[in-house]
Design a binder for this molecule. Sequence first.
Ligand SMILES: Nc1ncnc2c1ncn2[C@@H]1O[C@H](COP(=O)(O)OP(=O)(O)OP(=O)(O)O)[C@@H](O)[C@H]1O
Ligand SMILES: [Mg+2]
Length: 761
Amino acid sequence: MARGPARNLLYLYSSRDNFTKVRAFLFPNRFHRADSPNPSNSHPFLTPDSKFCIPPQFSPSHFTQSLNYRCLNFQRHPFSTLVENGTPNLNSAPALESEVTEVDSISDIGLDENGPGNDNLEPEKRLNFAQIDSRDPVEIYKELRDASKSDKQSRSDWDLLIEVFRGFAKSAAHKFRNFFFKKCKIDIVKYLVFLGPGIEAEKFLFPIFVEFCLEEFPDEIKRFRSMVESADLTKPHTWFPFARAMKRKIVYHCGPTNSGKTYNALQRFMEAKKGIYCSPLRLLAMEVFDKVNALGVYCSLLTGQEKKFVPFSNHVACTVEMVSVDELYEVAVIDEIQMMADPSRGYAWTRALLGLKADEIHLCGDPSVLNIVRKICSETGDELVQQRYDRFKPLVVEAKTLLGDLKNVKSGDCIVAFSRREIFEVKLAIEKYTKHRCCVIYGALPPETRRQQANLFNDDNNEYDILVASDAVGMGLNLHIRRVVFYSLSKYNGDKTVPVPASQVKQIAGRAGRRGSRYPEGLTTTLHLEDLDYLIECLKKPFDEVKKVGLFPFFEQVELFAGQFPDVTFAQLLEKFAENCRLDGSYFLCHHHHIKKIANMLEEVQGLSLEDRFNFCFAPVNIRDPKAMYHLLRFASSYAHKLPVNIAMGMPKCTARNDSELLDLETKHQVLSMYLWLSNHFEGEKFPYVKKVEAMAVDIAELLGESLTKANWKPESRNPGKPRQQENEGGYERPRSLIKLYEQKRQEGFSAGQKLEKVTA
Ligand SMILES: Nc1ncnc2c1ncn2[C@@H]1O[C@H](COP(=O)(O)OP(=O)(O)OP(=O)(O)O)[C@@H](O)[C@H]1O
Ligand SMILES: [Mg+2]
């Protein structure tokens, strides 16, 4: 037998919860097995029973400091007794000296499924403790509580007991440990020592610990329980018991843009005795409202801003946020169902799908949410039927591109740009350097104006044969586009400039060659040759499967939660809700940055109930437009002071003569639209100027339409801080390809998350 040098070896006994971290610290690159390294070299090693053997140059403090643990257990064993033929033999190692650092703060617990367990305890020995194993935890707890002090234990039992508790420990458990140590009886200690650290001991201790906690922390537990319960967003399908009581049939119309999904769903809607159509946009709800009424099916319109009740109607076209989950329908249509995954608005689609009381629900959309809808249907018990669609007309990529020159536009082109500024730059350039005239469509325009511009473009009997638009053309409008040309394929997302996601590129490009237009096929290309590869890549890419869809609490859920936090602001309350809410794996909590921003602004308004605040926060307002925000604050103040909310806004006399007047018209319309929205979401009599505001909104939408047809000025920005494209007084400057620069920078090791403004011209 080889005798080692006469010195003690330091062993580190890691508890189960620390084990993985300690191991990672000691063996950052590889896992050392007990029998491989020699303990005399500078490497620590892991023993067969999960102790770590520490080389002499390390001290306990080294570990406790580096790992930020003060709960590690070190023991020294004589080296000589452990090494036989150069291999450590720990089984024969008696403890010579014990060095136990006091447990103070205990790191996060969590049962490591892979950690050392002791499932194979000898059954005959276990029998000796049968009466303890089966004892009622409540009884054990009471016995502990009533005992004056603990029985005397041997040092080695005591050490192992510490180890048992280390595996069990958590902040409240520290208190429990002290309580237990003070009061425990010898038989229980013996039993725990027998079990050793591991799952068995935890199973035994946990119910006693729970009893202890219930008695020791009753208020905290109550508070925590109700907080967790009130922020519980798990099992959202159970929120709609009436819909669950129905046998619903879900028909998923699945296919690309321009394939007849909505058309077919609307056929069923019109045949039904009672139906509802849920739209992603006001504009589309209006289109369906007009179309269905024109076909002789009486249909009402319901959006946040308008309620048009058509006498004798059993059908309604609404925006998805306005859908009623109380009414009973024969057929419901939820359009653009993939919007369930929208980070901000997804909750409205989820609510419609889960809550609609309809015998038949028709979902129209791309395949990205098909699997998650299938999963939801298996939870709700609804039958799911799928109908596949293909494009009516092929979509062809034009490889030539516009070669960076807008002079190459042709009649029927739709140039897609991703900012208002770019849209006007393109319009200006095209009208200056070619004989074409441009219509424009972007998100900040009222639906009526967008429609007017679409009609102008679709009408062959005028000179407006080019459309310049933002991604707002991706949904809804029936446009006779021959070719979709991407001016760029990157967009500012409110924080940084990023490539446009493939699904969006597909949806926009797919607008070309609509059925009903005179073009036999749809064409798509880019302004720059350098962007073409990205366009092709996007079109080829299959739809990413959505794994989670949006949820947002109802007011009642927020109200219940608010009971736990009487002294926090509404914005803080939302923050706390987001931190504490529980969600199932298929759902995410929708972004509420917009809501919090409004909540913070309204904080200074006294006299609003929680429900008022909640409702005001959903008002449609551009949070980046200070004028619009000012009006919202004013409306909320009047409402809180129980004063009639007036519009107090002058009407412009004529069309816009420059971009700042156009921006002003846009803002004015948004404020009017907000007033109408509020009048529909609060008591109507508090908003007595609805008729006047409706008339003003119609006039402004018309002025906007007229202004746009004349517009030939350089665009201004609502946000002067935002980076501008380089301007060239001499004429049209060929814009640079951001996608190309983005790719270049990425290849140079630039992180995709970094702001692209840095690389813009
Ligand atoms: N069977 C049909 N008969 C006549 N016109 C049809 C028919 N199917 C679809 N259309 C028309 O074709 C166009 C595209 O159809 P639809 O809007 O239903 O497509 P979609 O797949 O919903 O596309 P997206 O929602 O992406 O715009 C519409 O103008 C629609 O009225
Ligand atoms: Mg559709």
